[in-house]
Write a new protein. Sequence first.
Lengths: 184, 441
Amino acid sequence: MDLTDKEYVERCRDGHQEDFSLLVDRYQKPLFSYLAARVGNFAQAEEAAQESFVRAFLSLKKLRKPESFYSWLLGIAGRVAKEQFRSEVRHREIHEAAEAMNATAAGQPDEYPLEEAIAVLPENHRQVILLRYYEGLSCQEVATRLAMPLGTVTKTLSRAFLLLRQDLQARERAEQTVNLIEQP
Amino acid sequence: MNCAECRDNFIACAEGLLDRREELQCKAHLETCAHCQAEYGELARLQQNLIARGQAAAGVSLVQTVMRRVHREQFTPERETIMSKLFKYRWGWGLGTAAGAAAILAVILLTTPKAQARALEVMAKGAQAVAKLTSIHLRGQVRSAPQDNFSAIMPECDFVTIELWKQLEPALKWRVDKPGRTAVMDGQSTLLFVKPDFGYKVPQASPSGFDTQWLHEIANLSQTLESEINSIKSRGWPVTLTQEQGADGKSKSVISVEAKSGLGADDYLHNQFFSTADTRRDYVFDNQSELLESVKFYLHSASGDQLVFTLDQIDCNPPIDPAVFQLQLPANVSMGGPMQMLPDNEKYAAMTSEQAARALFEACGREDWTEAAKFFNPLPDNVKQYLGGLQVISIGTHFSASNGAELVPYEIKLKNGEVKKYNLSLKRDRNTSRWFFDGGI
């Protein structure tokens, strides 16, 4: 039986550190996807994802809301991606780095908020999205895994999509507002 | 159906999971409600996006790597950057401090993407170092039942010792041992002995046999390493490299390869045998000699990763006592051999695997061991005791396994009342074209 993020975090803090592998297993794919969209390179995304998990583990005691583990992990991953990028800049010619930055920014302008939006979904909604799309299970398999009726799974997924849509639209509006303010 | 009900059914509708009546109601609503129609279109776009992202991340497998790093970090009392270390010891560097910094630097360098190239280099050098073997001896542990098949992985079992001796020159000879089973090829014939009283002899010198192929492949160390290198390059198998200090105080390179069998989790043979398992394989090389020193296989399964095989001793070119390849069987052993043509062979050769399964079980039910032996020869006494007097409840339709066998689902009631539901593995004999028992009881 799968535990909630909060339960896994609490078990890790209580000394069951092997349970951290279950959190890695749960979030490795969306985290990788989030980082791949940010850094535009699968090898770097994988490296950054590893580093993010390790840092998360080492800082687990500092996590104030264990139920928000995934949001917190994305925050760490964002910082790791920035550090990785800065490190790249240091090792490349300035113009190459600028090109890479532009390419990354232009190539994936609206991709990575998706994982951020997933992170703020209620846990039961997030769980079905992750299992259905990142683990590649069918709705029936998700139902079996979570011991839920199939109809509950499809309804939860439908509601999760509507919540995701609302969140992404809100982010888009906020982005447009920022752009308007920043324009001279 | 109103808007809220329709939206609750978006996914079920998109994936064809509604019953006919609900589907018609949902579609009728979508045709008349522009708002829901727009939402449904957006959902499809978002769904495609999620599917693409899930597919891009499908091969990601970080659990082992992260947990290895986590374990390593736990033994580091304070997490320090190289720069902080340098500043901390700025005025008092000794050799020890410098060495410590160098060790940390090595770990950091080896976690970059360049680690893959370095890992391949270590493996290539390891392969080169054992390219010309005249003999080899391997000793390790495998999770398996002592008497069972050499290649079967049984995660629920304790470890048993498995050992291989192989002479490559002047003539090929080999022997593989488990506590309850031995296979020997003495240069003339190939013999299997299942303790205490079952033997099977093939009058040919086989390069491997009786499900020992996977171990022979590992024993061909240079080819194994080259094959891993090819899979890493061509199939994108993830590889990591870490540096460790061995029990002998020497530095070691540990290369972890995530090997994929290519079989789906629903494949009957998935994770049952070494050749059909998804595993993480850890190869430990001595940095000075560049030789492979040990191997560990971890089985990936839904319930987690489990160590299932270790090679702790790898002796290259050892002298092997010729007596190793001679096996004296006890007098009470029932010997089997190649299948012989029967007077009515055509009748059996014309059977489907389902018909053969039924014929075998019905013969066991009647305790007609002569008939049963046409599919299962010789029949050990313990099998006769187990299957004698059984009743066939059902025989299903076969499915094919990747090893060439046909697996026939069956349900039988044993004379002790136990109902057994499993798959009988049958293969066709090349010479007689008859089906023979290959496992599954």
